[in-house]
Design a protein around this ligand. Structure first.
Ligand SMILES: [Zn+2]
Ligand SMILES: [Zn+2]
Ligand SMILES: [Zn+2]
Length: 369
C-alpha cells in the first residue's frame, strides 16, 4: 500500500472535538523516568524481592501483604518512588486544553494534577500517591515524604483512651498518638476499586465526542473495559498497536510516544494503513496487525452477536519456547499477540526461534501475574 506523508494528523482531530475524554496509562510518564509496571524493563521485572520481603512482585501492591508487613513497601517507596511534580510534555499539553471534559488515569503519580489539570476533571482509577489514610482511625493527610520508615498516624489519642494516670510513673508507655499505618491512597490488589470511577463514567457516557486512549496496553481490568463505556470516536495513541478491546474498532491510531502526538511539528507522519499513523517513536508491523484483525474476526463469528466486551482472562499458557504449560506468572510479547514465555525462558535469546522479530522491531515482554 502506498503511504502518504502528512503533518500531525491528531491535533486537528482533537481541535474539532467539543468535549474530549482521555484514558491514560503509564506510557505518558515513562519519558520523565517513571517506569511502567509490566513491560520487560518495567517495575515488576526488575524488582528485588528479597530486599523488600516479597515472595512475588505483585506482593508489593497486595493489600493483605501490606497490612501484615508494611515495612517492605515503604523501603521500596524510598528507593523507587519520588513524589515528582513536573510532568511530561503531554501532561502540560493536557492542562492547556479548552475542550477537555475528563481524564481517566491509571497512573498514581498525580502528575495530571500537578501539571495544572483541574482536579474536578481527573478520575484516578487506581488512586493517587498524593494523599494517605490512616488504617486505624481513617485520618487523611498528604503523603509524608518517603524516609524508608513506616509512617505512623500523628493524630493525638483522646484523653479517654489514654486512661487514668497510674502511680507506676513511666513504667507503661502510653500511646499519645494513634500510630496507625498511613497508607498512600492507591488501590492495592484485594481492595475495592474507587467507586467514583463508575459514577463518573455514568455521568460522562454520552457527553464526549472523542475518546483518546494514551500509553496503555489495555490489558489491565477493569480499565480496559472503560473504552467501551463511552460514545464518540475512539482513538489510540501508543508505541505499539493494541487491538480494540471487545467489539468495535479504533477510528484512528497514532503509533508514537505520547509527547510526540502533541507536537505541532518535528515528526513526519506516515499513514501505514488507512487510519493508522506512524510517528518516529512508534513501532509498526503490518503482519501482526493483519493477524490481530483476522483473530478478531474469528472471535466475532464464533461468539455471535451481542456478546459484549468481555476481555478474555488467560490463566494458563503454553510457553512458546520450551512448550510446557505454565500458570501465572508468565510473560507475553507486547507485539505478537499470544506469544508467551515461562519464567525460565524469558530473557533467553528473545524467546527462541519461533519468535519472529524483524530487524529494527522492539518486542518487549509484559509480566502477567
Ligand atoms: Zn490514625
Ligand atoms: Zn519455557
Ligand atoms: Zn514478539
Amino acid at each position: 500500500m502506498a503511504s502518504a506523508e502528512v503533518s500531525n494528523p491528531y491535533l486537528p482531530l482533537l481541535r474539532s472535538s467539543s468535549s474530549a475524554i482521555f484514558l491514560l496509562g503509564a506510557g505518558i510518564s515513562t519519558s520523565i523516568g517513571i517506569p511502567d509496571f509490566r513491560s520487560k524493563d518495567g517495575l515488576y521485572a526488575s524488582l528485588k524481592l528479597e530486599e523488600y520481603g516479597l515472595n512475588a512482585p505483585e506482593d508489593l501492591f497486595d493489600y493483605e501483604h501490606f497490612c501484615a508487613s508494611p515495612a517492605g513497601f515503604f523501603k521500596w517507596s524510598l528507593d523507587s518512588l519520588t513524589l515528582q511534580t513536573t510532568g511530561s510534555k503531554f501532561h502540560r499539553f493536557l492542562s492547556t486544553l479548552k475542550n477537555l471534559h475528563r481524564i481517566y488515569t491509571q497512573n498514581i503519580d498525580g502528575l495530571e494534577s500537578s501539571s495544572g489539570v483541574p482536579d474536578s476533571k481527573i478520575v484516578h482509577c487506581h488512586g493517587s500517591l498524593q494523599n494517605s489514610t490512616c488504617q486505624t482511625c481513617n485520618h487523611k493527610c498528604p503523603t509524608p515524604s518517603f524516609t524508608g520508615e513506616v509512617p505512623l498516624c500523628p493524630v493525638p489519642t483522646s484523653p479517654l483512651v489514654v486512661g487514668p494516670r497510674t502511680s507506676s510513673r513511666g513504667k507503661k508507655k502510653q500511646k499519645l498518638t494513634c500510630e496507625g499505618i498511613l497508607k498512600p491512597d492507591i488501590t492495592f490488589f484485594g481492595e475495592p476499586l474507587q467507586s467514583v470511577v463508575s459514577k463518573t463514567i455514568g455521568k460522562d457516557r454520552l457527553k464526549s465526542d472523542l475518546i483518546t486512549v494514551v500509553g496503555t496496553s489495555l490489558k489491565v481490568e477493569p480499565f480496559s473495559k472503560i473504552v467501551n463505556c463511552f460514545e464518540g470516536k475512539k482513538v489510540l495513541v501508543n508505541r505499539d498497536y493494541v487491538g480494540f478491546p471487545g467489539e468495535g474498532r479504533w477510528d484512528c491510531v497514532f503509533l508514537c510516544d505520547s509527547d510526540e502526538v502533541v507536537e505541532e511539528e518535528g515528526t513526519t507522519w506516515r499513514e501505514v494503513v488507512k487510519g493508522v499513523f506512524l510517528g518516529r517513536g512508534g513501532v509498526w508491523c503490518e503482519e501482526r496487525y493483519q493477524k490481530l484483525l483476522s483473530k478478531k474476526k474469528e472471535k466475532g463469528q464464533g461468539q455471535g452477536q451481542g456478546q459484549g466486551a468481555e476481555p478474555v482472562v488467560v490463566e494458563t499458557v503454553t510457553c512458546d519456547a520450551c512448550m510446557t504449560k505454565t500458570g501465572k506468572p508468565f510473560y507475553t510479547c507486547e507485539i505478537c499477540e499470544g506469544f508467551d514465555l515461562c519464567e525460565g525462558c524469558v530473557g533467553k535469546e528473545e524467546g527462541g526461534k519461533r519468535h519472529r522479530v524483524e530487524e529494527g522491531e522492539d518486542h518487549r515482554f509484559r509480566f502477567c501475574a
